[in-house]
Design a protein around this ligand. Structure first.
Ligand SMILES: Cc1ncc(C[n+]2csc(CCOP(=O)(O)OP(=O)(O)O)c2C)c(N)n1
Ligand SMILES: [Mg+2]
Length: 575
């Protein structure tokens, strides 16, 4: 049998597992791998400027396409840089493999320059983390890594010393590559009967849909219809159940709306479908909770439950529906769908151009939603962009959104959008970045030019780390270290060869957004938005009015009364 270098076997194995792209930065110990990728595979190398951005990009491609996606780095600091990007995939369940190249085995353990022991580090954010210590076994390890990433839905890390990469071995088939479909998973018959008994009993029934509803939209709607039940949802379920849904009463949680929150609080029985919303104060105290999740570790994790069952949402609903009685009363449903309409009208009060120049981020996001393509892909940074995109960017079954809702990292948006644009070259991809988040990984703006990525980068330029500034104010703390002294981002873009747009006036914003989205090629839109736009929580209980008042007192005593007055004006007067 012909001999091949391990690096080539690694690359061919990745390709066999469906890897289309590998994001990274080249370097010494990785040279054999990149060389093999170039000459012996169709895998596209995406040349990033920062490995963290490469981790986000690979994760976003894997998240949206569900294809295994790779990233690779040089030894020591190179492969270490991926960590935050990979934590994102670890948390949102995206199949990513990192080839972390390593120093040659003869110097390992000698505190050699650039030596980093990856294992304890990457163990914390992966489903698989192994070192190739024997060249002949490289293929087996690679195959196990790919299999783990795909089937366990997460990150696999293969640590590959450079001398092993360069070793020639016989390329014998090791394991049969096998990628099974997702199995049918539903609760036992007696558990289905117990669910039906609870749902057929008297009382107000609410449904709470999470990301586990991804392939179960029709089933969830059929269930709502049968039970005449209002449905609230998590942020991660937005794309699947928000649109064209007469049962939808919106999101709950701090970024949610009154109707979603109140519905959960007032139901007698709550059916939770594949949702793992972490903040326990948003769950009802007295309702009977039935929870369906594919992951048994999630059952009862956030709240007390009456009944917990293992199943995927689609199969479970299909098994359950025949045992449910058609519920006649629509009172509970109507109360909350009406409240939802009113809550949305309230949110939209700021989503228009007012007679003053100030640009409310709500208006910007509504315009993006209005003019984005029907199948646009949107990413949004952790920070205030999360709130505006979840509330004002509307989905339709073709659009998709991606936020860092589980890891909650800054600087995700542009890098994730790079991965999405690579995976979907003909679709419109927009990132909604904070000015803080954008600057954090700004270097990869250069990647748009070099890799010819026609991404549309919108910057919410509020000259502050707004989300944290608001948090500080809500805690009664006078904010500090939040100011951002920004450059003119449109000029920054122009200086690297990207079309720059900037918007400072709400009256001309619509035209600017249209031109920006229609631009053929990468573009940056720098929008000077209202600095202190309050993100109203769904219930006064969470709005910390007392602490806001305390902040006001402290700010005035500390000679910063003007910022408090400005905040009041911008949020209460200049509507
Ligand atoms: C990597 C990272 N660093 C810090 C934080 C804490 N944090 C969360 S939001 C935020 C502010 C974001 O500011 P910006 O990107 O300007 O967005 P804005 O809220 O102003 O729209 C910070 C510092 C974080 N979540 N992730
Ligand atoms: Mg900001």
């Amino acid at each position: 049998m012909a001999k091949k270098k391990v690096a080539r076997i690694v690359v061919e194995t990745l390709e066999n597992f469906g890897v289309k792209r590998c994001y990274g930065v080249v370097g010494d110990t990785l040279n054999e791998v990149t060389d093999a990728m170039r000459y012996h595979s169709k895998i596209e190398w995406v040349h990033m400027r920062h490995e963290e951005a490469g981790g986000f990009a690979a994760g976003a491609e894997a998240f949206m396409t569900k294809n295994l996606t790779a990233c690779a780095g040089s030894c020591g600091p190179g492969s270490l840089h991926f960590i935050n990007g990979l934590f994102e995939s670890h948390r949102n369940g995206s199949p990513v493999v990192l080839i972390a190249s390593q120093l040659p085995t003869n110097v390992l353990g000698t505190n050699f320059p650039q030596e980093v022991d990856y294992t304890p580090i990457y163990k914390t954010c992966s489903v698989f983390c192994e070192t190739v210590t024997n060249a002949q076994e490289a293929k087996r390890i690679l195959m196990s890594a790919c299999q783990a990433a795909i089937t366990e839905k997460g990150v696999a890390v293969v640590i590959l010393p450079s001398d092993i990469s360069a070793t020639e071995v016989e390329d014998a088939p090791v394991l049969q590559q096998y990628q099974p479909k997702n199995p049918v998973v539903r609760p036992q018959d007696d558990e289905i009967q117990a669910m039906a008994a609870l749902l057929n009993a008297d009382g107000k029934i609410g449904i709470y849909a999470g990301a586990g509803c991804e392939d179960a939209r029709d089933e969830v709607l059929a269930l709502c219809e049968k039970l005449n039940a209002p449905m609230a949802h998590t942020s991660r379920a937005k794309d699947f159940v928000e649109w064209d849904n007469p049962y939808n009463v919106g999101m709950t949680g701090m970024l949610g709306v009154k109707s979603g929150y109140e519905m959960l609080m007032h139901c007698d029985t709550l059916l939770i479908l594949g949702a793992d919303f972490a903040w326990s104060q948003f769950y009802p105290k007295h309702a009977k909770i039935i929870q369906v999740d594919i992951d048994p570790k999630k059952l009862g994790l956030r709240h007390a439950i009456e009944l917990g069952v293992i199943g995927n949402v689609k199969d479970t609903i299909n098994a359950l529906l025949p045992y449910l009685h058609q519920r006649e009363s629509t009172e509970f449903l109507h109360t909350y769908t009406e409240m939802h309409k009113k809550a949305m009208e309230k949110l939209n009060e700021k989503a228009i151009a007012h007679d003053h120049d100030l640009i409310h981020p709500q208006y910007l996001t509504e315009l993006l939603s209005q003019y984005a393509d029907e199948d646009a892909l949107l990413t949004a940074d952790t920070g205030s962009a999360m709130a505006w995109s979840l509330r004002h960017f509307h989905t339709n079954g073709k659009r998709r959104t991606l936020l860092s809702m589980k890891h909650g990292t800054m600087a995700n948006a542009m890098s994730q959008a790079i991965g999405l644009q690579k995976a979907y070259p003909t679709r419109q991809v927009i990132s909604l970045s904070g000015d803080g988040g954008f600057a954090m990984l700004m270097g990869d703006l250069l990647t748009l030019v070099q890799e010819k990525i026609p991404l549309k980068v919108v910057i919410l330029n509020n000259s502050t780390l707004d989300f944290v500034e608001l948090e500080m104010k809500a805690e009664g703390i006078v904010n500090s270290y939040t100011d951002l002294q920004n450059p003119d981002f449109a000029k920054v873009a122009e200086s690297v060869g990207i079309k720059g747009f900037s918007a400072k006036d709400s009256h001309t914003l619509e035209e600017t957004v249209k031109n920006f989205l229609a631009f053929d090629g990468p573009a940056v839109l720098d929008v000077y938005v209202n600095r202190l736009e309050l993100i109203w929580p769904p219930h006064p209980e969470f709005s910390n009015f007392e602490n806001m008042a305390l902040y006001g007192t402290k700010a005035i005593l500390g000679g910063e009364g003007h910022t408090f007055i400005d905040m009041l004006k911008d949020n209460f007067i200049k509507k």
